[in-house]
Design a binder for this molecule. Structure first.
Ligand code: 8X3
Length: 252
């Protein structure tokens, strides 16, 4: 019997987040799901079956007051989060550092790092009190090596990995585990968001390569969750078969 009953997945309406929520529900966990788009979140909740969703909310992860209010709601409903999957994140733009749009830079850092840090900080105390929990941070192979025109996105994902490492050290004496999952090319709306709705440009990213799918990341999450108490997975890097590393791939 798993020690983990309830998982919170942020950014759950996207390709990776929805696959993670579905996988965890399929394995018998209850979920709390969040995302910015109310229509998509409602559809996901229906798809997951309402009985499996203990709470859902559309709060903006970049609004700390809204985040605190969300966590307060969880407390009032006596919902204890055993697994936090910090999946909400994005890339905006692809340009040289010297030409990068400042608001894109700030949004990436805020979403990918600050919100992940703050939500973890709000929820980790309960995990420590209960001496039970896993924080799974979705990083990226982009955080392992910077690629051209991706400086800020890559830096944000490097920060996710290093922040996870620091949390793990500080939580060493507890049974709370911390994992970073670092996927490479995953075929989702990621590039559509990065290129601000330019579908043709987004499609070229995945042309000629059998990219990872959301389910592949979800399987890695389940691997992390489904370990004996003594095992803590520090990190998993996942590449598409035709990737050599986060910035080199072979396209047919
Ligand atoms: C996404 C991976 O290589 O498209 O985190 O930047 S990549």
């Amino acid at each position: 019997m798993s020690a983990y009953k309830v998982a919170l997945v942020t950014g759950a309406t996207g390709g990776i987040g929805s696959a993670i929520a579905k996988k965890l529900v399929e394995q018998g966990l209850k979920v709390v799901v969040t995302g910015r788009n109310a229509d998509k979140l409602n559809s996901l909740v229906e798809e997951l079956n309402r009985d499996n969703v203990v709470y859902y909310d559309t709060f903006d992860v970049n609004d700390y007051e809204a985040m605190k209010n969300f966590v307060e709601q969880l407390k009032m409903k006596n919902i204890e989060i055993d697994i936090l999957v910090n999946n909400a994140g994005l890339a905006l733009g692809l340009a040289s550092f010297q030409e990068y749009d400042v608001s894109d830079m700030i949004t990436m850092l805020d979403t990918n790092v600050k919100s992940l840090m703050l939500l973890s900080h709000l929820l980790v105390k309960g995990m420590v009190e209960r001496n039970n929990g896993i924080i799974i941070n979705i990083g990226s192979t982009a955080g392992q090596f910077a690629y051209p025109n991706g400086s800020v996105y890559c830096a944000s994902k490097a920060a996710v990995k290093t922040l996870s490492d620091g949390m793990r050290v500080d939580l060493m004496a507890t049974d709370v585990k911390v994992t970073t999952i670092m996927p490479g090319l995953v075929e989702t709306d990621f590039s559509l968001v990065r290129f601000k709705g330019d579908n043709d440009r987004a499609k070229t990213v995945y042309q000629g390569i059998d990219a990872l799918q959301g389910i592949d990341v979800a399987e890695a999450v389940w691997y992390v969750v489904n370990q004996p108490k003594r095992v803590q997975v520090s990190e998993i890097a996942l590449l598409a078969n035709q990737q050599g590393n986060g910035f080199t791939n072979f396209k047919k």
